[in-house]
Design a protein around this ligand. Sequence first.
Ligand SMILES: NC(=O)c1ccc[n+]([C@@H]2O[C@H](COP(=O)([O-])OP(=O)(O)OC[C@H]3O[C@@H](n4cnc5c(N)ncnc54)[C@H](O)[C@@H]3O)[C@@H](O)[C@H]2O)c1
Length: 363
Amino acid sequence: MSKIKIGVVGIRRGGAYVKAFHRSDRSEITAICDLSEHNLAASAEEIGLPDEACFQDYDKFLETDIDAVVVGTPIPFHEEQVIKALRAGKHVFSEVTMAHTVEGCQNILNAVRETGMKYMLGENYIYLDFIQQWKKYVDDGRIGRIHYAEAEYVHDIRERLYDTGTRPGETYWRTYRPPIHYCTHSLGPLMFLIGNNDRICKATAWGNKATIVEDQSLYPSTIDMQAALFETEQGRIIKILRSQVTPREKHIITYNLYGTDGLLETGRTAGYNTVGNRFFGATDKRIVPMNCNGTNLDTPKRLRFGGHGTSDYYGAMAFLDYLEYDKEPFATVEIAAQLTLPGLIAHECASQGHIWKDVPKLD
Ligand SMILES: NC(=O)c1ccc[n+]([C@@H]2O[C@H](COP(=O)([O-])OP(=O)(O)OC[C@H]3O[C@@H](n4cnc5c(N)ncnc54)[C@H](O)[C@@H]3O)[C@@H](O)[C@H]2O)c1
């Protein structure tokens, strides 16, 4: 069987997917695109891609013979680049989040439906190994029905709120991203564990003050902390805490889920190698440490890359399964919207004085 031909646009974060699809024996990278010549050259050299497969012009890149596009550019470009790729007859694997506006999410959904092409949101944290292991516990009923879930993602990236690339020191796309907009690493795993027959339908949030960073031109990315509360259609409560400026060494992402018969929770020590995962279930009747982290230790070393355990590799493989075997991943276009919209609405709630708002259901 011939390999699936993948093109990647946005080579910084997208570089992880250059590796994933290049190293898999089911796919090959046939074109890459980036505004930065330097980033293009470095990536091309790494995988031995000729100059004629490197593009600074996205439209020309789309004219090449590729089956699917990985959109790894900054979020404000997702809507336009995803829709162009779909209309050019390419399947899309998009970096998070889906888009930075409600309208952008709707436009992507419409384009997927119009073109019949496949779309997957590359929410890699769902593929952290411990989340995959937890899923088995949940599906086996070991914590009962989940009624409450929370996540905390605090990552001090103050230095990255400025452009470090073409216009060093100037404001950049992350400057315009309120912390709670970047919510899919939190909501993705939680909703994956809860299951896709529920949806966040209401939101409220607190947090609109920026007291840590003095440079007010960097607002709203510099909001100290945002805390959002969500309600699901089936009455579950979800709490998310987000900051990208509060001092913390090192960054942390934690998840806790409470069920009618037990709980699953991460430790609080460090990022993705979350040491101290614990489980409490009705049959076990005690807190049990779980020996799991972000990396699947059965995975060959050459497929462990990207700084997020083995999640980048397994996310990419889920996309190939979608294309090759029509095996639907969790984060289809509908779920992508359901993971992205709560953050967009939550920021509106926080800016307007922590009011409650409905989270729209796109159709
Ligand atoms: N899933 C994860 O764990 C994770 C981690 C980091 C970033 N991300 C996501 O990846 C995306 C990119 O983030 P980043 O940290 O690499 O951003 P970045 O700004 O550091 O790098 C963006 C890259 O895209 C290129 N680029 C910018 N605009 C472009 C355009 N219009 N056309 C072609 N190339 C363009 C830049 O030259 C640069 O190489 C964002 O959507 C972000 O949310 C996801």
